[in-house]
Design a protein around this ligand. Structure first.
Ligand code: AVJ
Ligand code: FE
Length: 432
């Protein structure tokens, strides 16, 4: 019992250390003279996130479990929350509104020091399950930002970044897009509070059963090659393929192709994390929900619901046929910066034979992000999910190359606005 509690404690502290290393390494790929840039107009400048990761941990843990006094309430507040404007309004702050890197780095060091000297004691109390839950929140919050920051840094020109050495691409045998039939099934969604098992965010509770009628789904994610057909067929110029709001967005922002693509003369280039390459036809296309939905309409198909995705990925309860979540293989957990082919052999196929559902790009669903029956917001972070139950955010499932392994659990739910193009997210279609 004691030994068990100790290892759990050691693991949490170690995981926080690993996550910090992860985000430190990420900020280190940005040239120091570019840390006050704002690569995505709807988001804060990079400097905010350097402070945010620490302010978040500190605000979460300081009073609740550590009994510590604030030493810099102004920075605690300045760095408390990110932004996600739904009204099209963009932030207008200036570089001079932000503290110098010296001040930010001193704040980061100070917070870490204080947490690290106080945490071991509270964590070693195995009955302090609050502390364990809050630490999990801190670790996963940081790891999520390791991904959302990667989207952000992706948008910076390559000459603002320092590229680490890359990995060779896997060799992929020829393949043809095809469709997999999924029989009707009953599935469990979410986590059960009474299980008291592993950590989950508020939106993963409560567990419930859902019946899903039979359907068919693309075996592979939609590739750049397939999406190019839609572009070439004039998909971006046909209002009937878009909802009214999506069409208005597409017109207003003058969007005519995925944000990861760039046209140079007659050829398409692809913007990888560290430079441009000829459009890799077999990589999954990364697009906003609006663009994914327009493609699906053009193809006479639809995006899967969250429940359909879950059934296709993890199997059903009826016959005990499931994909074992602890044996997942795929392009996730920070091994690469960019996708691989949708048919890469190094990824787990689901029980039904659907390929590449785990990693290599999140997958948009047609489901609006909302609470499961029995949802209760975390008292210590009431807005984490509930602030986004506004009908404007869609559920994404799966994971990307920059998603930590701990968040590849079946119940994990991600979400973004329909018009957010910068996510490492693609899609596959279903036929009813
Ligand atoms: C769950 C990835 C949509 O980045 O907006 C980070 C996670 N929330 N800080 C986001 C989050 C607060 C969130 N996503
Ligand atoms: Fe955050």
């Amino acid at each position: 019992m004691l030994a068990e509690a100790k290892t759990a404690t050691g693991r949490l502290a170690e995981r926080l250390g690993d996550a910090r290393q992860r985000t430190d390494d990420l900020f280190a790929i940005v040239r120091p003279d570019s840390l006050y840039e704002r690569p995505i107009p709807e988001r804060h400048r990079i400097v905010f996130y350097i402070g945010h990761l620490e302010a978040f941990d500190w605000n979460l843990l300081r009073e609740r479990v550590l009994d510590q006094r604030a030493f810099d309430p102004e920075l605690d507040r300045l760095f408390a929350f990110g932004i996600d404007p739904v009204d099209g309004g963009l932030p207008t702050d200036k570089v001079s509104d932000w503290p110098s890197m010296d001040i930010v780095q001193r704040y980061v060091g100070h917070v870490r020091q204080r947490l690290d000297s106080a945490l071991p004691k509270v964590l070693s109390d195995s009955l302090n399950s609050d502390a364990h839950q809050l630490l999990n929140v801190a670790v996963e919050h940081r790891l999520m930002h390791a991904e959302t920051l990667a989207y952000m840094l992706h948008q910076m020109p390559a000459d603002r970044k320092l590229a680490p050495s890359g990995r060779p691409e896997p060799i992929v045998p020829p393949f043809t897009p095809t469709v997999v039939k999924i029989p009707s099934g009953s599935i469990s969604m979410g986590l059960r509070r009474s299980d008291n098992g592993s950590f989950g965010w508020d939106n993963e509770y409560e567990a419930h059963e859902v019946g899903v009628p039979a359907f068919a789904i693309d075996k592979y994610k939609v590739s750049n090659r397939q999406y190019l057909e839609f572009v070439d067929a004039g998909g971006y110029d046909e209002p009937l393929l878009w909802t009214a709001a999506d069409w208005q967005w597409r017109k207003q922002q003058d969007i005519s192709h995925p944000v990861f693509w760039r046209k140079s003369g007659n050829t398409w280039l692809y913007r990888t994390m560290f430079g441009e390459i000829p459009l890799p036809m077999d990589w999954p296309v990364y697009v906003s929900h609006a663009e994914a939905a327009a493609f699906a309409r053009w193809a006479g198909k639809s995006l899967p619901t969250e429940e359909q995705w879950q059934l296709a990925a993890y199997g059903n309860n009826n016959h005990g046929r499931t994909t074992a979540p602890d044996s997942l293989a795929g392009n996730f957990d920070f091994e690469r910066w960019d996708p691989v082919s949708v048919a890469s052999p190094h990824q787990t196929e689901s029980f039904f034979g659907v390929a590449g559902m785990f990693g290599n790009g999140w997958e948009w669903t047609s489901s609006v992000f909302g609470p499961f029956p029995g949802f209760e917001a975390f008292s210590f972070y009431p807005g984490y999910s509930a602030n986004f139950f506004d009908g404007q955010h869609y559920v994404m499932k799966g994971g990307s190359a920059r998603t930590a392994a701990c968040m590849m659990r079946p119940s994990f739910r991600n979400w973004f606005q329909s018009h957010y193009q910068y996510v490492y997210a693609g899609f596959r279609c279903v036929i009813h």
